[in-house]
Design a protein around this ligand. Structure first.
Ligand code: SPQ
Length: 427
């Protein structure tokens, strides 16, 4: 499907972006293995999160969708999942595949996890290696790719230094450890999103956190909770960027998740002289949220790297777009992880923004962007990557002429309703 975007004069209004994808996945997973019901409000009803719901339905968990964004998970208890009769299809969702690999390694049955063409190209050795150290019987294509075959069983805790900062690897090992006979100690090279830590504690799990070291303890039971999912800052990122770039814009984004492990983009935009303010801050289930007020701004180039990268990894495509309009050079470094996302986001971001007239170069660990450069509408491909399709749409608002995005449907992976929201701000 194609989408055509034309320039916007200004964007004004108040919006609620949909619920956080990472938190929605985790609420279904923990709810399924908890005792009692878990009520999830403001759940992200997107393709990726539906893959997680389907996976647990295949393992005997009754999951009801009661209104557009409320989900009730009838938890089966820690050892209550039943063997899936077919391979679990994680679709396009890396989070579903990698977290499930940990959880399934602790079950008393065998299972298979597969995914779509893009997910079958993404590395799974990052979870296979440590799960094997825990005693799991797990194998993949070339020991690296989906489908994964897992013969669940007895696990032991491990001490593990993660070679890359990855919330998915960390969460996979935490879920496996719930079923182990001893605790695991996991060390991260830099802090990655900590939603699993916060939610596991709310569900009755036991953790010790000491800087970048997490000790997770096996449990005998978890208990169902009410999880009210904050708005997804990774989805908000597109509107924050649009508000900064489209002249005379002023947007209020209500109830956006402000977990400090996710707010790198706000720090970067402030460093780039973006006009951003936060109001009405509150905390629920350990997750901070608040309203973000954005006004159009003249941005300045900056350097983004080091420990900041995991705190804004999914926002880099849209930050790169913002950098094309900033005065001076922006350098994004230490971001090799971009190469193993839904697409190689170093190559694909550079491809799309170059086609629109940006001055941008790929490097081995990121990109260099020279700004400001006027953008010119063109035909671009989404590469089946939702974050790129939405980045291209925001670029289309400030490019001259028409920007046509091929493969638009992938937006549903994380943000159904994105286009309607964008249109509403233009009226
Ligand atoms: O779930 P998936 O496909 O990996 O989604 C992405 C995204 O852009 O939506 C990455 F491509 O987000 C990841 C994120 O990059 C979601 C995630 C999580 O929920 O734990 C963690 C990050 O990945 P990683 O590799 O750092 O653990």
């Amino acid at each position: 499907m194609k989408m055509a975007i034309t320039p916007a004069r200004r964007l004004v209004g108040e919006i609620h972006v949909p619920g956080d994808k990472s938190i929605s996945h985790r609420a279904v997973m923990l709810g399924s293995i908890a005792q009692g019901d878990t009520y999830i409000t403001n759940f992200l009803m997107s393709d990726d999160c539906m893959s997680t719901i389907r996976a647990f339905r295949h393992m005997g968990v009754p999951i009801q969708i009661t209104d557009p964004d409320t989900v009730i998970v009838k938890g089966r208890g820690l050892r209550g999942l039943t063997p899936p009769k077919i391979a679990i299809d994680a679709g396009n969702s890396g989070t579903t595949a990698r977290l499930l690999a940990g959880l399934l390694s602790g079950q008393s049955f065998s299972s298979t996890i597969t995914g779509d063409e893009s997910l079958r190209r993404r590395p799974m050795d990052r979870v296979i290696t440590p799960l094997r150290k825990m005693g799991a019987h797990i194998s993949g294509v070339q020991d690296k790719y989906l489908p994964l075959s897992i013969k669940g069983g007895a696990l032991k805790g491990i001490d593990y230094f993660m070679p890359v900062a990855s919330a998915q690897v960390k969460s996979c090992l935490m879920l496996a450890t719930l079923y182990a006979d001893s605790p695991s100690r996991i060390y991260e090279p830099a802090p990655s999103r900590n939603h699993t830590e916060l939610m596991l504690q709310a569900f009755g799990g036991r953790l010790d956190i000491n800087g970048n070291e997490i000790t997770v303890y096996p449990v005998s039971q978890l208990y169902g909770q009410h999880v009210d999912v904050p708005g997804d800052i990774s989805s908000a990122a597109f509107f924050i960027t649009a508000g900064l770039l489209v002249p005379n814009s002023s947007i209020i984004l209500k109830g956006v998740g402000l977990n400090p492990t996710r707010t790198g983009i706000l720090e970067v935009y402030k460093q780039m002289c973006g006009s951003l303010a936060i109001e009405n801050v509150s905390t629920s289930g350990g997750e901070k949220r608040g309203d973000i007020i954005v006004n159009a701004s003249h941005l300045k180039g900056t350097v983004i790297g080091g420990q900041l990268i995991p705190r804004l990894i999914d926002e880099i495509p849209v930050i790169a777009l913002a950098a094309t309009q900033a005065e001076g050079t922006t350098i994004i470094k230490d971001a090799q992880e971009l190469k193993v996302k839904e697409s190689n986001r170093i190559a694909t971001v550079v491809d799309i923004l170059s086609r629109l007239g940006a001055s941008i170069e790929a490097t081995d660990d990121g990109m260099v962007i020279y700004g400001p450069t006027p953008l010119k509408g063109n035909w671009v491909d989404s590469f089946g990557d939702h974050r790129l399709a939405m980045m291209a749409a925001i670029a289309g608002l400030i490019a001259s002429g028409e920007t046509v995005i091929n493969g638009w449907e992938c937006v549903n992976i994380s943000f159904p309703g994105f286009y309607d929201m964008l249109k509403r701000l233009q009226n």
